[in-house]
Every structure is written in structure tokens, then in C-alpha cells.
Design a protein around this ligand. Structure first.
Ligand SMILES: [Zn+2]
Length: 455
């Protein structure tokens, strides 16, 4: 008997539709999977056999051949467990083929027949929404996929529950998530008013937040670079629905989605300086998104900037320019979005005290030059704002003055955004915040009055 089940697998940010064909024939008992499966899929044989038996069904003691079509597409992940198991039961006569035709199935099985989540549920649902109208995913993935309104999404917790639903013995309830996004849990624990002094640096960060400029913070250890960067996140606007979908998609592909439904906060990534090239850009034979893509629509904070490996830093050049990264592998090339705001923090010299007024620097000029030359000119050129963060003395730190709170600064930024909008609509009034940086050449043409006049 032959059966066909519809499934899908991710390829970069998109998904392929995959037909899972199962044939059961007489002959020596065996179980083979063909059609470019990876190790996880080849190992699924043992999981599926146990899952079917432990769900109370009979595993056919015959020759089973599973074909994942199209054969030219390389498949990976454990998401094919459920469609293969359902295919075997259909070929065995347990489930009618007509019931399977309108359905899209994906999910990993555990030995006891329970369903486990897999990565990439949202892009699969998004890419195949035209083709299939109903979808059965593991419960956690169903909540991701329910963001796609064109499909009826069902969340199952086990193989037997899936079969009961397909055979209409005990139908599942379609998963619904409210389209209204709540920002109630976005309460920040840090605030700009905690920062004493550093008014000039704070102003610079405001400008960066209003115009979306990359920043380099330069200062001795203990001057508060990390503290300032941490508070920078509180100035960023909420994600729009479109941005939220993009970000959730990337986290779904990477298998790092922790929220139910769409992500609401802008992502913040701060990888350690020992990070490898593959982890930063995206790695694997079918590459999974790296840190720069996980920071899409958010902030990438790189502390100890010159300590990162040269090739890792040079990876940033393409995304800083074009907002995406192109990774080429033997089978295909994959493009991941990576439009992030870069905050780099560094010491002015290897010992850290070159610009410090309280401690003496022990470095030779050669050492300092070598240290600073670790960051290439083209990379430095892509960072619009360079800020020196001085170390404050005791009097400055203990002064009673409380600075502006994040909430107040955010109001200013919203005002700046309205100026920017006017400027882009042909109004000569340029965002007033940018006037405090007359010497610095800002990249965005909207923010640069000179460039606008010339053009
Ligand atoms: Zn030094």
C-alpha cells in the first residue's frame, strides 16, 4: 500500500513543501528513508517504531520505504517524524488517504508517542499558507503558526491525539491567538536616570537612537560603557507588527523562540568576544541564523570590540551596509536579514588607562597602535558616532542631580521621529537633535541638511 502525507522543511528564511511518500510491501522486514535525509531524519526510524507501538497501534512487520520528495532538496531536522508515522499508519490501512490530502503535518516524536516541537514552524506555515488550509503541529509550534491567519492551525500533544483528530473521533480545537499585542510585560528594570553625569555621552546615545546610528564607546574600564549601553535599549521604540513577524521568523528558524505568539521586544544580543565566525554569521551545512541575524531589528552590543577575532569583525561589514547576510554553501546560498544597530565598546589601549585622568597608562605607542589597528578602517567608517566615555571622579558621582529618565528621553525621540518624517516629506525643517553634531558626517541623507540641499 502507498500513502502520501504533506509536510515541509525550512531552507533559509523560506520553506519547501515536501511530500512524504510511504510504501509498505511484502519482503524482508526493513525501514529505509530516501530523498537526501540528514542524520536526524535517518535516526527517526527507531523513534517512529517505538512511538507507533507505544501509542497502541501495530507497526507493520514488512518492507517500509519512505521517500521525501523532491529528492533534490536536502532535508534536515526531526520535523518529519510525525508525517512519516502517519504515512506508515495510512499505508497500513489505519487512516484513509483522503483525510490526509488537505493537511500539512510536522513534528518530532518521542518514544512514548508524545509530540515535541521542531524549529522553523512559523516560516513553514508562512511559506505554505497558499497551498494548504489546515495544519497540525506540536502544541508549542502551533502557537507560532497561529500568527498566520490564512490557515486553520491545530496543536496536538501526541501521535494518538493527531490520529483521533484526523479520523474525526475526537477533533482538536483550532488554535486562536489574539491579534492585539500587549506590552504589559515590557517594564524595564533599568533606567537612564540611574546614570550620574556623562551628559554628553547620554546625548550622543539619544542621537543614535533617534537616527538609528551605530555607536562606538571608547573609555577606560569602570567608566560605565556597559551600563550606558544597557540603558540604551530602554530608548528603542516598540516593534511594529511587521518587524515583530520578521524577528519571530528568525528566532523560529534558529529554534530559539521562547515566547508564545509574536516577539514583542526588540532583540538584544551581546555575544562574548571569543565568538566564532560561524556563530556570528550563521553556521551549519544548512546555516542557522547567527548573532547578527538574531539581532535583526534590535541591538548588537559588542563589548571589548578589538578583542573579537578579525574575521568575526569583518563579517559585520556586509550586514552594516546592506542589512542582510549572504551565506553560501555547497548546495545553495542563504540570505538572512540582519539590520541591527551596533554598539561597540572598547578601551583606548591594552591596559585601558590611556585616556584616564586618574591612572597612568603603561602601554608603549606601538602597543596602542597595534591594539587600535585591530579594527579596520572600512569597519570604523560604518560606525557613525564615536563617543569618548570619561571616568567620573567621586564628586561627580556623588552629586545629587538626577538625569532625565528613559521615559522622558523617549518622548523627545518620538518628537524627533516626527521631524524626520516631515523632512522626508520635503519639509526643510531637519530634526533639531542632529544640529548638535555639525562636524560629524551622518550617513542618513534625511538627517544631513547639506546633502539634502545639494541633491
Ligand atoms: Zn595603556
Amino acid at each position: 500500500m502507498l500513502a502520501k502525507v504533506n509536510s515541509g522543511c525550512i531552507a533559509g528564511m523560506n520553506a519547501h513543501s515536501i511530500d512524504v511518500e510511504v510504501d509498505i510491501s511484502n519482503g524482508l522486514p526493513g525501514f529505509s528513508v530516501v530523498g537526501l535525509p540528514d542524520t536526524a531524519i535517518r535516526e527517526s526510524r527507531d523513534r517512529i517504531r517505538s512511538a507507533i507501538k507505544n501509542s497502541g497501534f501495530i507497526f507493520p512487520n514488512k518492507k517500509i520505504t519512505v521517500n521525501l520528495s523532491p529528492a533534490t532538496v536536502k532535508k534536515e531536522g526531526a520535523g518529519f517524524d510525525l508525517p512519516i508515522a502517519i504515512g506508515i499508519l495510512s499505508a497500513n490501512g489505519t487512516i484513509d488517504q483522503e483525510l490526509l490530502d488537505p493537511l500539512l503535518l510536522c513534528g518530532e516524536l518521542s518514544l512514548n508517542g508524545k509530540l515535541k516541537s521542531f524549529r522553523g514552524a512559523l516560516p513553514i506555515a508562512m511559506s505554505l499558507r497558499e497551498k494548504y488550509k489546515q495544519l497540525i503541529f506540536p502544541k508549542k509550534n502551533a502557537l507560532e503558526a497561529a500568527n498566520i491567519k490564512e490557515m486553520t492551525v491545530y496543536g496536538a500533544s501526541s501521535l494518538s491525539q493527531t490520529i483521533d483528530h484526523i479520523k474525526n473521533i475526537k477533533p482538536l480545537k483550532a488554535v486562536q491567538i489574539s491579534s492585539k499585542r500587549s506590552h504589559s510585560d515590557t517594564q524595564e528594570t533599568v533606567d537612564f536616570k540611574d546614570v550620574k553625569g556623562q551628559e554628553y555621552v547620554k546625548r550622543g546615545l539619544e542621537v543614535a537612537a533617534s537616527g538609528g546610528h551605530n555607536i562606538l564607546l571608547l573609555g577606560p574600564p569602570g567608566s560605565g560603557k556597559s551600563m550606558l549601553a544597557k540603558r540604551f535599549y530602554t530608548l528603542l521604540p516598540e516593534l511594529s507588527s511587521e518587524e515583530a513577524l520578521e524577528v519571530t521568523n528568525i528566532y523560529s528558524v534558529a529554534g530559539q523562540l521562547k515566547t508564545l505568539g509574536l516577539m514583542e521586544k526588540r532583540p538584544i544580543r551581546s555575544p562574548h568576544h571569543t565568538i566564532s565566525y560561524a556563530a556570528m554569521a550563521g553556521g551549519g551545512s544548512i546555516p542557522s541564523p547567527g548573532e547578527i541575524s538574531l539581532a535583526h531589528n534590535g541591538v548588537l552590543f559588542l563589548d571589548e570590540f578589538p578583542e573579537f577575532r578579525r574575521d568575526v569583525l569583518e563579517t559585520l561589514r556586509q550586514p552594516l551596509e546592506s542589512g542582510e547576510i549572504n551565506i553560501v554553501r555547497a548546495q545553495a546560498s542563504y540570505t538572512y536579514p540582519s539590520r541591527f544597530l551596533l554598539i561597540a565598546a572598547m578601551n583606548p589601549c591594552p591596559c585601558g588607562y590611556f585616556t584616564d585622568t586618574q591612572k597612568n597608562c603603561q602601554c608603549t605607542s606601538y602597543q596602542i597602535q597595534k591594539y587600535l589597528s585591530k579594527i579596520s578602517g572600512p569597519l570604523l567608517d560604518r560606525i557613525d558616532i564615536h563617543l569618548e566615555v570619561p571616568r567620573l571622579n567621586y564628586e561627580q558621582l556623588s552629586a545629587g542631580r538626577i538625569g532625565e529618565s528613559s521615559e522622558e528621553i523617549k518622548k523627545e525621540l518620538i518628537r524627533a521621529a516626527s521631524f524626520k518624517k516631515n523632512a522626508s516629506e520635503g519639509n526643510p525643517n531637519i530634526c533639531p537633535i542632529t544640529r548638535i553634531w555639525p562636524q560629524r558626517k551622518l550617513k542618513s541623507s534625511v538627517l544631513s541638511p547639506k546633502k539634502r540641499k545639494n541633491s
